[in-house]
Design a protein around this ligand. Sequence first.
Ligand code: AMP
Ligand code: MN
Ligand code: MN
Ligand code: MN
Length: 274
Amino acid sequence: MKTDFHMHSCHSDGVLTGVELLNLARERSIQQISITDHDSLAVYDELRDQMPIDIQLLPGCEFSSLWRSMCVHIVGLNLNLQSASLQNALIIQARARVTRSESIAAILEKKGFSGALERVQEIAGNAVIGRPHFAEFLVEEGYVKDRKQAFKKYLGAGKPGDVKAQWRSLEEVCQWILEAGGVPVLAHPLKYGLTQTKLKTLLVEFKDAGGQAIEVISGAQDAGRTAQAAHLAEQFGFHGSLGSDFHQPGQSWADLGFIPELPQNCHPVWELWS
Ligand code: AMP
Ligand code: MN
Ligand code: MN
Ligand code: MN
């Protein structure tokens, strides 16, 4: 079964609408998907009256969380959209994104890049504000040559614009997801740049916090990484999820649905709800 459980719409930092994502998934014969915007479920409002019948669409969301002074992402899958706990979580995250955007703008202002907040709000429009919108501002103003450089110099992990103190703990984020009947999945575990020791500590603590699965496949990765992630899932007792982390056509790491299958020795995450 062709599956993609990690992608973004224009309601966060992706470019396609929910309807466009569904059409693309249909074109690519993907049978089950989850649209997992950053800290937002607005795409499910967009799709409220047009939930597909030919594709299984599971409500999902990629939550930002704070672990040992770094930001890690936890995807919640198969969420009950009516959950009061989930509604409350989204308010908390939305507020955190607003205060964070003010902090990032103030930091950029001090560096002589003025007017960031106003412009970023325009760029984001109705979407939740994220660092990619700041990257676009820096490119637009000619302060950097492209988005990649914007992250490398100003916004990426450990750089001045990487403001993360506002994010909630692994326990709290997993709790929101569990209370909404969902499955907490650690997103892209091999992409945090952690040493083996630190990664294993993260997995232990994620499990203790209520985590149930990890992304064994994240984007168009090679067989070595898949084997490594599958081994970690087995070792720490996690189910495996998979997703492209698609944001826009032409992105470098993976196109929608163009990802490897879960290895045979991996328990697919959907066993947890089907
Ligand atoms: P935020 O959710 O606001 O913290 O922004 C994180 C998002 O920024 C990620 O989901 C990516 O879409 C994007 N991002 C992170 N690092 C980079 C990078 N080095 N180059 C381009 N985009 C990035
Ligand atoms: Mn993103
Ligand atoms: Mn992520
Ligand atoms: Mn993502």
